[in-house]
Design a protein around this ligand. Structure first.
Ligand code: 2RA
Length: 336
């Protein structure tokens, strides 16, 4: 298997290298691509030094079987044909193709089988907040149909890239020193603050990030589920948290829900409030799973349940999910 990463120098690109090593993904060769600025940069992968090649419209993708792309939607749109024209499968982490009817939007724990139908040789990786949400929702959908979801997200700085993580640390340091904090990666200072805006606002008052959760969840779950989200940027480094309220077709007990979560693929339950045990981003960054806690009935709705989740935004929210898609395809003989 000859594979490539486009956007190797970014936070997600670097996570791809870590995840591929960690999971010993079977590769005969890995080729790294990046922008003019990152071309020539060297990274070590499995003890070998790899040099980033400048992404160009040429035959560089000839003989490559699989390409993970995480370099922004405009780059994915521009290079789709260059990447796939010799038969490579493109697993794209950007928002470019997620809602295209001829591109499956995949979270392996939920709808892996849809990898079988890839007429453009393109598979879309969902937005990080959506991945985290649907892994948890799938556990409940398997026992009772979910009709409505309300979710409030608490999104880490990592969602805006490595430089945003650096800025959060820098702001914190500046505040401690009594200096004016540097504000460039978000509209406002993030340290000691919460910013109720992730991405730009749309005509209906929701942000693009919030509409991604509505649209992508419906496509992945393949149901009439409706998701109303409020996405908030919080001063946390790299794990997202979500407070979720669901309404199911029939009432489900806390015990039923907890059992369903405990059995679900990719989910770990941390829910022992008597001992103040619940998922927290500080302690779960770097982990593979979606962690679920604070499971309880919704006091406003007999068919309602509410719970809290935490998951690593760069790992399961991006690189790991995309690698798991490739692992599934290999297992199913869908990749060379
Ligand atoms: C964010 N989900 O958290 C968006 C993009 N990664 O900023």
């Amino acid at each position: 298997m000859r594979a490539a990463i486009v956007g190797a120098s970014g936070a997600v690109g670097q996570e791809f290298l870590r995840v591929l090593e960690e999971r010993n993904f079977p590769l005969d060769e890995l080729v790294l691509f990046g922008s003019t600025r990152s071309a020539g940069t060297k990274y070590t992968f499995r003890g070998k030094e790899l040099t980033v090649k400048e992404l160009k419209h040429n035959d560089d993708f000839k003989g490559i079987d699989l390409v993970w792309t995480s370099a922004g939607a405009s780059t994915s749109k521009e290079y789709e044909k260059t990447i796939t024209k010799y038969g490579a499968v493109m697993i794209d982490n950007s928002s470019a193709f997620r809602m295209d009817n001829d591109v499956p939007l995949i979270v392996p724990e939920v709808n892996a089988e849809q990898c079988r139908n890839i007429p453009r040789n393109v598979i879309a990786n969902p937005n990080c907040t959506t991945i985290q949400l649907v892994v948890a929702l799938k556990a409940i959908e398997d026992i009772a149909h979910i009709k409505k979801v309300h979710v409030s997200t608490y999104q880490a700085a990592s969602g805006a890239g490595a430089a945003a993580m650096d800025e959060l640390l820098k702001q914190t340091e500046q505040l401690v020193k009594g200096e004016e904090p540097t504000v460039s990666k978000f509209k406002y200072q993030l340290a000691m603050n919460l910013i109720p805006q992730v991405d730009v606002f749309t005509d209906n008052g929701y942000t693009k990030e919030e509409m991604k959760m509505y649209n992508e969840s419906r496509k992945i779950m393949g149901t009439d589920i409706e998701v109303s989200a409020t996405c908030i940027r919080v001063p946390v480094m790299r794990a997202h948290s979500e407070a979720t309220w669901i309404e199911t077709e029939r009432p489900i007990s806390i015990e039923e829900a907890r059992e369903a979560f405990a059995k679900a693929k990719g989910v770990i339950v941390i829910d022992d409030t008597a001992n103040s045990q619940y998922p927290m981003p500080l302690f779960l960054a770097g982990r593979d799973e979606v962690f679920v806690g604070r499971i309880r009935k919704d006091l406003t709705n007999p068919n309602g349940l509410t719970f809290w989740t935490v998951s690593d935004q760069i790992k399961k929210g991006a690189a790991l999910n995309a690698v798991q898609i490739a692992e599934y395809m290999l297992e199913q003989g869908l990749l060379k």
